[in-house]
Design a protein around this ligand. Structure first.
Ligand code: F2R
Ligand code: MG
Ligand code: MG
Length: 318
């Protein structure tokens, strides 16, 4: 049984691997051609916006001990690089923040109702790990606050809540029926609830993976939160007893937004199985492996210490 520390490191590293190994298959022909040029960094697998923004979240939580929206907004904006393949709306929004526009203005400047892309969900796993021992309401509130900076649409928010709550519960060893129940109680949009109901029907009778094409058709595989977050939850739960390489090949077969589905499903797998179960061969290929591992260990130590003291994340602010 992995320790809590190992599960936290596993979630962070498996998410980065899911992103880096999914990225060459994301999107259409043009995106894949571009990634053939950009996708290697000194011979290593380059990770994308999914991992960069997750790193920003972890660094911010370590520095502030809670969700600090202004700190997060600045980190997102300063670390933005076009070559990490950000979503089109997110790229414009982050450039506006970098130029000094308050995030409270920028987050509705591109889409008046906010973004419903999966860019909030793809970076939500660390929030689930950090707030895992808190009451569900506190976790949901913290995730919504962290997500609203770039993804103010209710479906964008729900996608992040779904991933964070799932990762929190998986890291505590919860069963699949309990995870579906708690996630359902945390969601607010019909779009996401409908998808969740389909995933539960697909998974619970057998707990074994359905054909990937069926999953893509029924749960989606696109860049919108409603077309990818439930898919990732399904993959993470259905494949959590399979080797990590099985999760990667299944995600590739589902297709579409493979880096983001891989990152989110990877976080769930890692929270279940732990860092020690990750294949060394894949870790050796990962860009900035040492940096990510050090960061994951620092984060895990902080969370384990906080939980051990029963102090929990600060409830000042969020
Ligand atoms: N950017 C990419 N991949 C390249 C494009 C892939 C391909 N064209 C495809 O469609 O599959 N990957 C990265 O972007 C995703 C995260 O995006 P994020 O941060 O959510 O960006 P954005 O721009 O806010 O939303 C994504 C798209 O969703 C549509 N959309 C969102 N809100 C909308 C609204 N309120 N009204 C209308 N449309 C809305 C737009 O098409 C946005 O561009 C991840 O996959 C990451 O890996
Ligand atoms: Mg990406
Ligand atoms: Mg993506």
């Amino acid at each position: 049984m992995p320790t809590h520390h190992d599960r936290i490191c596993g979630a962070v590293l498996a998410s980065a691997l899911g992103d880096a190994f999914g990225a060459p298959y994301e999107g259409g022909v043009l995106e894949q051609l571009l990634w053939r040029i950009l996708g290697r960094q000194q011979g290593k697998r380059r990770w994308t916006d999914d991992t960069q923004m997750s790193v920003d979240v972890i660094e911010s939580l370590l520095a502030c001990k809670r969700v600090d929206q202004d700190d997060l907004a600045q980190r997102f904006a300063q670390s933005y690089r076009w070559s990490r393949g950000y979503g089109p709306g997110a790229a414009k929004l982050l450039k506006r923040i970098r130029q000094g526009e308050p995030w409270q203005v920028a987050h509705r400047a591109i889409y008046a109702n906010g973004s419903f892309g999966n860019g909030g969900a793809m970076r939500a796993a660390p929030l689930g790990l950090f707030y895992g021992a808190a009451q569900r309401e506190q976790l949901v509130q913290a995730v919504q606050a962290a997500t609203r900076i770039t993804h103010a649409h209710p479906v964008g928010l729900d996608g992040a809540v779904l991933i964070a709550v799932s990762v929190a519960l998986v890291s505590q060893g919860a069963s699949a029926p309990e995870i579906f129940k708690q996630v359902r109680l945390s969601l607010e949009t019909v779009d996401m609830l409908n998808r969740l109901a389909v995933a539960k029907q697909l998974l619970l009778p057998t707990l074994s993976p359905a054909p990937p094409q069926l999953v893509a058709r029924e749960l989606g595989n696109g860049i919108r939160a409603k077309d990818s977050c439930v898919t990732a939850l399904y993959i993470g739960l259905a494949l959590r007893e399979a080797p990590f390489s099985g999760l990667l090949s299944y995600t590739r077969a589902v297709g579409g937004d493979t880096d983001t589905i891989g990152a989110m499903a990877g976080a769930i797998w890692g929270a279940a199985c732990g860092y020690r179960q990750l294949p060394e061969k894949l870790l050796q290929e990962l860009e900035q492996r040492q940096y990510l591992e050090r960061l994951a260990r620092r984060f895990a130590e902080a969370v384990v210490q906080m939980d051990g003291q029963g102090s929990g994340p600060s409830s000042e602010g969020i």
